[in-house]
Design a protein around this ligand. Structure first.
Ligand code: GLY
Length: 336
C-alpha cells in the first residue's frame, strides 16, 4: 500500500524494502547515517541491512532509548558525529526507531546545514501509527514536551510490521493508545472494529487504516492550526502527566500518559456538556502548573481538543481549572 502525503509517500507493507532499495538507487546521496537506539540497533538494524545491503556502509549513530533522551544535548551529539564524519548537504539521515528516534532524528536532519534529507523507518507501533507520519519533529526542553521543533517532511516513510515482533507487550499497548485516539476523534466505524477486536490478528490492516486517517487530517491542516488539533485529544493532560513522571523511577510511556489523559479529558468533555457518558495521587498543582506551559494553551486560557461523540472532536474548547480539578477527582475515584 502506498499512501500519498503532501510531499512524500508512505509505504506500508510486510516487505517495503524493495521500495526502499529503489528509493536509495534513485537518489545521489554522498553519505548516509542511521540514527537508532540500543533496542532498534540490536533487533531492527540487522533486519534492515539484510533487506537493504546498500545501507551496510552507513554510519551508525546510537542514542539511548527513552523520552528523557529527546534532548538538545543528545541532538548536539548527533550533529557532532555527523560533522566529524563530514556529512554534507547531500547526506541522508535514516531514522530507525520509535517516536523518540523519528522526532529527534527528524529534528537533527531538519536543521543540520539548514536541512538534509531524512526518511523514517518506524520500529514501534506508536512510531508506525503516529510519530513517523505528519512531519512533526522536535525535542523536549525545560522538561516540556516538544517545546523545540520544526514541521519538516521526511523524503519517505517505510512501515513494516515485521519490526513489531521485536517489541514487548507494553510497547504494543503504548501504540494502541494512539490508535484508540485516532478512532475516537475521527472514525466511529474504526472504533467499533477495535472494540470487536477485528484487527487483532492483522497489524498491517490496523496500521494502514490508522495511517490513512491520520494522513487525511494532516493534509487538511499540516501546521496544526485547525482540524489537526483533534489529534491532541488526551494529550493536554497526557503531556503534563508524562512531564511529571519523566526522570522518576517509574516514567510513563507516551501512550500510557495519553490513555490516562483521554479518560480525564473525556470527563472534562462531559462537564463541558460535549458528550454524555453513562489512585493515582495526582499532584494537582504541579499538573496545573505544567498545563499552563503546554504549547496548546494560549495565555491563561486552557484550550483542549475534546471528543463530542465517538468519532468526532471539538478543538480549542476553553476549560477552567475547576473543571480540570473536577475531572482529576473523578478519575481518582474511578481508580480507587
Ligand atoms: N501526534 C499528533 C500530530 O501529529 O499532530
Amino acid at each position: 500500500m502506498i499512501i500519498q502525503s503532501a510531499g512524500y509517500k508512505i509505504f506500508i507493507a510486510d516487505d517495503p524494502f524493495g521500495e526502499l532499495r529503489r528509493f536509495l538507487r534513485s537518489r545521489d546521496y554522498t553519505s548516509c547515517f542511521i540514527i537508532c537506539d540500543e533496542n532498534s540497533m540490536l533487533h531492527c538494524l540487522p533486519i534492515l541491512v539484510t533487506a537493504c545491503p546498500a545501507l551496510s556502509s552507513a554510519g551508525i549513530i546510537e542514542t539511548e532509548s527513552g523520552e528523557q533522551n529527546k534532548t538538545l544535548d543528545i541532538a548536539a551529539q548527533v550533529w557532532q558525529t555527523m560533522a566529524e564524519n563530514h556529512a554534507d548537504r547531500k547526506t541522508l539521515v535514516v531514522n530507525l526507531g520509535g517516536g523518540v528516534i523519528t522526532d529527534l532524528g527528524g529534528f537533527c536532519a531538519s536543521v543540520y546545514k539548514r536541512g538534509v534529507d531524512f526518511i523514517n523507518i518506524p520500529t514501534t507501533l506508536l512510531g508506525m501509527v503516529d510519530a513517523s507520519v505528519g512531519a512533526k519533529n522536535g525535542l523536549d526542553f525545560l522538561e516540556l514536551k516538544n517545546l523545540i521543533g520544526t514541521f519538516t517532511e521526511p523524503e519517505a516513510v517505510f512501515i513494516s510490521p515485521v519490526f513489531l515482533e521485536t517489541l514487548p507487550y507494553q510497547h504494543i499497548m503504548n501504540g494502541m493508545a494512539e490508535v484508540y485516539k485516532m478512532a475516537l476523534v475521527s472514525d466511529k466505524k474504526f472504533w467499533k472494529a477495535l472494540s470487536d477486536d477485528e484487527h487483532d490478528n492483522d497489524p498491517l490492516k490496523l496500521i494502514t487504516r490508522n495511517v490513512k486517517l491520520k494522513n487525511e487530517i494532516v493534509k487538511k491542516d499540516p501546521f496544526d492550526e485547525g482540524v489537526r488539533k483533534a489529534l491532541n485529544f488526551g494529550h493536554t493532560i497526557g503531556h503534563a502527566l508524562e512531564s511529571l513522571y519523566m526522570g522518576s523511577e517509574n516514567p510513563l510511556l507516551h501512550g500510557e500518559a495519553v490513555l490516562h489523559g483521554m479518560i480525564i479529558e473525556t470527563r472534562i468533555a462531559n462537564l463541558k456538556k460535549l458528550i454524555s457518558v453513562q489512585g493515582l495521587e495526582f499532584e494537582e498543582n504541579e499538573i496545573l502548573g505544567l498545563l499552563s506551559n503546554d504549547k496548546k494553551t494560549s495565555g491563561k486560557t486552557l484550550r483542549f481538543s475534546l471528543i463530542n461523540g465517538i468519532g468526532s472532536c471539538s478543538v480549542d474548547v476553553n476549560v477552567s481549572l475547576a473543571q480540570i480539578r473536577s475531572a482529576m477527582a473523578y478519575y481518582r475515584e474511578l481508580l480507587s
